[in-house]
Design a protein around this ligand. Structure first.
Ligand code: GTP
Ligand code: IMP
Ligand code: MG
Length: 336
């Protein structure tokens, strides 16, 4: 029997989960990767073999051609978008979708692009909130009712639990971030369900005892798209000057930004029972540290920052991103 590794966002989404997951999929030779989270409101940028992919539904572990890819029943899919992504990433023969995965309809997208969802919350407009609302009212469609999805249907919870029973390597992918959680985030400026590690387990159909490691992904600074509080938010000119400008993968909106918040990082570790932290974009904070592959080769300032994150959270920083590519990663998991 094996235990799953679960990866979850520790801030407001866009922490760089896509890269961390695709690194783990290849490095750890993952057999089965399962995506939890809300739905196509997520956007993950994955740079692999010099090519850039933006995936919203296909698990970010697709970069390992040996990995079986699954989408849990708690997730929402937009069938047309999913079929396009399956084609783009060429994963038709190895992707499975649960019979009960929720479905976003055109009407949900329309409802998400008007009224308070657009004006007050600043949603991604991808229809996930209205689709989850209908799901709660038990009038939403599920994947097994959609003709174009028939060939992909499977019992995801059954597959994942079975893989763990057989001792296979299983990776669970969360999306969004801890402070976008409906329960634990900055309500009402949040997404339409819980996004913490416990919710991700439920999304894919495993109990918490099947998880061995919870990796919370934190970026070296904070970004946020849409409305809602962001402590110590910097003016847009300052963000550009620091080289922290980012644009939403799904919406193209400029992301708001603030310096790393140690208090929030600690809270994210608490809410997710973090056993490890993956810290991304350290090279954006410390330009001299681009593409560094070993912890001992980092600058003193960068090392001190990592140590400060560990001291504030009580959790080890095991993975450190030093560049956009999957290869730009310091991996300290083998060190004691
Ligand atoms: P998630 O939603 O958490 O997956 O993040 P994201 O993919 O939405 O973030 P974004 O759209 O900002 O994409 C991340 C970009 O930053 C991609 O181009 C990645 O290759 C790049 N990236 C990821 N990690 C690092 C890192 O450690 N350093 C640098 N310089 N770039 C990184
Ligand atoms: P919704 O999830 O589209 O309803 O949007 C609700 C809030 O969550 C908005 O502020 C969105 O910008 C934000 N949000 C949802 N998904 C993501 C994500 O994957 N990354 C960043 N922000 C997100
Ligand atoms: Mg994203």
């Amino acid at each position: 029997m094996s235990k799953a590794v679960l990866v979850v966002g520790g801030a407001f989404g866009d922490e760089g989960k896509g890269k961390v997951i695709s690194y783990l999929a290849i490095k750890d030779k993952i057999d089965v990767a399962v995506r939890g989270g809300v739905g196509p409101n997520a956007g993950h940028t994955v740079v692999s073999s010099g090519k850039t992919y933006k995936v919203r539904l296909v698990p970010s572990a697709f970069t390992n051609p040996q990995t079986r890819l699954l989408i849990g029943s708690g997730v929402l899919v937009n069938p047309q978008l999913l079929l396009e992504e399956i084609k783009l990433t060429d994963v038709r023969s190895r992707i499975g979708i649960d019979y009960q995965t929720g479905v976003i309809e055109e009407e949900h997208i329309q409802r998400d692009r008007m009224g308070h969802l657009k004006e007050k919350i600043g949603t991604t407009g991808t229809g996930t909130g209205p689709a989850n609302a209908d799901r709660v009212l038990r009038k939403g469609k599920v994947a097994k009712e959609i003709p174009t999805l028939q060939e992909f249907l499977t019992d995801v919870a059954g597959e994942v639990n079975n893989a763990l029973d057989l001792g296979k390597r299983v990776l669970i992918e969360g999306t969004q971030g801890t402070f976008l959680s409906l329960y634990h985030g900055t309500y009402p400026y949040v997404t339409s369900k819980d996004t913490t590690a416990s919710a991700v387990c439920a999304d894919v159909g495993i109990g918490p005892l099947r998880v061995g490691e919870v990796i919370v992904v934190l970026k070296s600074y904070l970004t946020r798209v849409g409305e809602g509080p962001l402590e110590n938010e910097l003016p847009a000119e300052e963000v550009v000057k620091l080289g922290w400008s980012e644009f939403g993968t799904v919406t193209g909106r400029m992301r708001r930004a603030a310096p790393f918040n140690f208090k929030l990082a600690k809270r994210a570790c608490l809410l997710n029972s973090a056993t490890q932290i993956a810290l991304t974009k350290l090279d954006v904070l410390f330009k001299d540290d681009a593409n560094v592959k070993r912890f001992q080769d980092l600058s003193t300032e960068a090392k001190m920052f990592v140590e400060k994150v560990e001291a504030a959270t009580g959790v080890r920083v095991t993975l450190i991103g030093t560049g956009p590519s999957v290869e730009d990663m310091i991996d300290r998991r083998g060190e004691v």
